[in-house]
Structures are given as structure tokens and as C-alpha cells.
Design a binder for this molecule. Structure first.
Ligand code: GTR
Length: 376
């Protein structure tokens, strides 16, 4: 059962402050939030530099009548000064004509194209959302290049410390630079921007929204280990696997927890807690054993304590009970089954039947959920 399983994971209490006090009010939570940000920056992702003073936008291409006339489409180069000189990367934005000033999904993408297998841009525009996207490798290559390429080379002057930022932090930081630009536009609603990503970029979207409170919401799709899944007791991928294959995604300090996960002074619900009380959508796939959907679900349950303390509704577990009654879930364990969706709170979850992927099934549910929440 879910409650027993959570108990057996021996999780550190996200509400317990460093000095022993219990963060049971929004005021104390502001303090606790700072501690958690500091802890995760130091031990897992590395510290990100402050934002640049100004982000310049050059429109490389614009079409006011794209998608058969129903949306405007822009390809924009964002440029800013860094200690190593000017850095720039392109991003794409499509804004539907209807509604006026729509909410935005900002996808941190594997692809430079506005529409691809994992981003059904036209359907999203038809759903009344703008689409923004950039390709993560235009910011920093997804290789163990000794931090010599992309934005990595612009900061730190070649010096690396155990808490210097890893690539996930770099990609997340770039999404905040897109937000800097979106914030200044008057054709979208900057107060309704949701940052999204799949897999390693789902991990990235979480760390982005965790740090940058301008994002109204976050979607983590199949993010698994070091993403939305509880690490302690997890099936599939572990810290040893991920730091072995992709150590450069994190700061060096994170490696010390390989095979010592029980010693981590945090777990992944700490990351998700920084998004509270904003909208958080975690999506899993039933056959994605490397990610471990049950550990992703447990993380949503655990982080709901923070939402509730802040006066918001977390994961709506009544949804699971209702679906169980309707034969929708596996009925016994309290875990959602394939096809279930939990949309009743500020933490949402669905379990798609199938393997590791981000597709139309997922987007249709994201649109339904955020469409309803944003129209309130
Ligand atoms: C895997 C990695 C996962 C996940 C995935 C992906 O190889 O072990 O943590 O991030 O890559 O990003 O597709």
C-alpha cells in the first residue's frame, strides 16, 4: 500500500528545518525553501550564476500567418553578456490568434524544431496555448566534454569546484532566460507559463521551476531517477547508474551518494517541494521500469504535505479511490493503474500505458489540466 511503502522509504522530512523547527506556516516555509535550494545546489545540481542584466532578442524569422493563418511564428535569438563574452541561443515561439494572450508551454527539447514527435505544436495551438521551445544542445552539449562547450565555457574561467553547476542546471538556467524574454511580451500571458520536459529534460524542467518562481507550472514527463522519482528504495536506475553514465548532468558532489542513497540529506520530494504551491504535473508510463512509475507517484504523494501546509490541495487521492471504484486502477495497492489520471489538485499525475515517451496522449492531458486550472 502507498502509505506503508512511503513509510518504508525512510525519507528525510522536507518540512523539518536545519535548526529543528518545523515549517508549519508560509512564513517559515520561505526560510525552509532557502535552505532546500542551497542544499540541492550544493549537493546535486551545482550553483547557477545570477541572471544576466539584460537579455536581447533578435527576431531571425517571423511569420504572422503561420499554421494556415491561425498563429504567429517567430524564431528568436536570445543574447546576453557573460564573464566569457556574449552568448546566444535560438528559441521558437508560436502564438495562436485565439485566445488573446494565451498561456504558454515552454518545452525544453531534444529537437530544434517547433513541431516534432514529442511536440505536437499545431494541436497545442488549437488547444489555445502558445508553444515556446529551444533545443538543449544549443545551450550546452549533452556530452562529457569537460565543460568546454556552450554556456559552460562562459562561466568559471575553466575552474570546476565540487559544487559547480552541471548540465541540468545549465539547461534549466537557459529556460529561465527564455522566461526573461517571455516576461516582456504582451502577446502571451507571462503569469501562465509552464515549463516542460521529457526524461533528462523532465529532470531539467523540475530544477528550473524549483528555482524560478515566475513559472506558474511545471511538467515532468518520465523523469525518473534524479527527477520526479523518490531515490531511496527506487527500482530501475540508481544514483550509481546515473552518475556513472551521466555524471556531468550534476555537480561532482552528487557522485558521493552512489550506493549511499540512504545518506542523502534530501530526496527528490525536496526538489518538487520548491514548486509548491504552484501547479506541478508528473506523468509516468506503465512500462518505464528504468524510471519507476511507483516511485514517481510516491514523490507526488509526499510533496503534497507541503502543498497542504501552504493551503493548496496536493495530489487528489480521492481521484484514485474514485477510479478504483470504477475499476480503473489496479484496485488493491492504492497506486494508479495504466490510463488513470489525477487532476483534482495542484499536483497532477497520470500513468500512460506504454514505454518511455512523450506524445499526444500526454499533451492532451496536460492541455486539459492546465486549461481548466488557468481558466479559474
Ligand atoms: C537514460 C537515463 C535516464 C533518462 C534517459 C533520457 O539513459 O539513464 O535517467 O534521463 O536517459 O533522458 O532519455
Amino acid at each position: 500500500m502507498v502509505t506503508d511503502d512511503l513509510g518504508s522509504r525512510n525519507l528525510p522530512d522536507v518540512l523539518r528545518m536545519d535548526d529543528g523547527r518545523y515549517a508549519d506556516s508560509p512564513e517559515l516555509w520561505r526560510e525552509r525553501r532557502k535552505e532546500i535550494l542551497e542544499l540541492l545546489s550544493r549537493e546535486m545540481y551545482g550553483f547557477s550564476p545570477p541572471p544576466p542584466e539584460e537579455v536581447r532578442a533578435d527576431v531571425l524569422f517571423g511569420d504572422e500567418k503561420a499554421f494556415g493563418g491561425k498563429a504567429a511564428y517567430y524564431n528568436i535569438r536570445l543574447g546576453f553578456d557573460t564573464p566569457g563574452g556574449e552568448f546566444s541561443f535560438p528559441f521558437s515561439l508560436a502564438v495562436p490568434k485565439d485566445p488573446v494572450c494565451p498561456p504558454v508551454f515552454l518545452l525544453i527539447s531534444f529537437s530544434p524544431h517547433i513541431a516534432d514527435m514529442c511536440l505536437p505544436a499545431e494541436e497545442i495551438l488549437d488547444g489555445g496555448f502558445a508553444v515556446a521551445t529551444f533545443c538543449y544542445s544549443d545551450v550546452a552539449p549533452d556530452t562529457d566534454d569537460g565543460f568546454s562547450g556552450g554556456i559552460a565555457a562562459m562561466y568559471g574561467n575553466g575552474r570546476r569546484d565540487p559544487d559547480s553547476w552541471g548540465k541540468i542546471a545549465m539547461w534549466a538556467w537557459a529556460a529561465s532566460r527564455v522566461m526573461d524574454h517571455l516576461w516582456s511580451r504582451n502577446d502571451i500571458d507571462p503569469g501562465k507559463v509552464v515549463v516542460a520536459g521529457h526524461s533528462r529534460l523532465g529532470k531539467t524542467a523540475l530544477w528550473c521551476a524549483a528555482q524560478d518562481e515566475r513559472f506558474a507550472g511545471c511538467i515532468s514527463n518520465d523523469s525518473g531517477c534524479s527527477g520526479a522519482a523518490i531515490t531511496r528504495g527506487k527500482k530501475g536506475e540508481h544514483v550509481s547508474n546515473i552518475t556513472g553514465a551521466f555524471g556531468y548532468w550534476f555537480c561532482d558532489n552528487y557522485r558521493k551518494y552512489a550506493d549511499r542513497e540512504d545518506e542523502m540529506p534530501f530526496d527528490q520530494h525536496f526538489v518538487l517541494s520548491l514548486i509548491a504551491p504552484r501547479l506541478l504535473y508528473v506523468a509516468s508510463a506503465s512500462e518505464d521500469e528504468w524510471c519507476d512509475p511507483q516511485s514517481e507517484y510516491l514523490c507526488c504523494v509526499e510533496v503534497s504535505r507541503v502543498y497542504e501546509m501552504l493551503g493548496a490541495k496536493g495530489l487528489s487521492r480521492e481521484d484514485v479511490r474514485a477510479q478504483t471504484a470504477a475499476g480503473g486502477t489496479d484496485g488493491v495497492s492504492g497506486y494508479p493503474g495504466p490510463g488513470d489520471e489525477l487532476h483534482g489538485g495542484s499536483v497532477a499525475y497520470h500513468l500512460r500505458r506504454g514505454t518511455h515517451f512523450l506524445g499526444r496522449y500526454d499533451w492532451n492531458r496536460f492541455m486539459r489540466y492546465f486549461g481548466k486550472r488557468f481558466s479559474r
